[in-house]
Design a protein around this ligand. Structure first.
Ligand SMILES: [Zn+2]
Length: 140
C-alpha cells in the first residue's frame, strides 16, 4: 500500500536509543523498509545473507525483537504461520490473508474505521490501536 520509501530515520532512532548500528542491523533495516510483503524471520534471513553472508538467523530474531521494542516494526501473528513483520512507518491499514498462498493483502476502509470509532464511542473508550485480519480464499 505504502511506497517502500520511509520517512522515519530508523538509524537515528536507534542511535538516540543508545543502540549501536551494526552492519547486520543496517542490512535488516534496509530489507524491512524495502519489503512490501510482510516477510517472516526466515524470509528476512534469506534476503539478509545475500547482502551479508555473516548474518545468522539468531541475529535476525534478536534484531526483530530490538526493532519491535523500539516501535520500528509491527509483528503480525497471522494464524497458521510464523510471525511476520513490517516496518512501522506506513499509513494505517488492515490485512487480508490468502489462506491458500499466505499472501498478505493490505486494505483500508473509511467505513470500517468510522464504524470502529462509533463502537468505541458507544462503549466509552478511546481507541489506542486496532488490528483487523480477514482470512479468505480467492474466488475462481
Ligand atoms: Zn501491512
Amino acid at each position: 500500500m505504502e511506497p517502500a520509501t520511509t520517512r522515519r530515520d530508523y538509524e537515528r532512532e536507534l542511535r538516540q536509543a543508545g543502540i549501536r548500528i551494526t552492519k547486520p542491523r543496517k542490512v535488516i533495516l534496509q530489507i524491512l523498509t524495502g519489503s512490501e510483503d510482510h516477510p517472516d524471520a526466515m524470509a528476512i534471513f534469506r534476503r539478509a545473507v545475500k547482502i551479508d553472508a555473516s548474518i545468522s538467523l539468531a541475529t535476525v530474531y534478536r534484531t526483530m525483537k530490538l526493532l519491535e521494542g523500539l516501535g520500528a516494526v509491527h509483528r503480525h501473528a497471522f494464524e497458521g504461520g510464523p510471525a511476520r513483520f513490517e516496518h512501522a512507518d506506513g499509513a494505517h491499514h488492515d490485512h487480508l490473508i490468502d489462506l491458500d498462498t499466505g499472501k498478505v493483502i493490505e486494505f483500508h476502509s473509511e467505513t470500517i474505521e468510522r464504524l470502529q470509532q462509533q463502537i468505541a464511542d458507544e462503549l466509552g473508550y478511546d481507541i489506542e490501536h486496532h488490528r483487523l485480519e480477514l482470512y479468505g480464499r480467492k474466488r475462481r
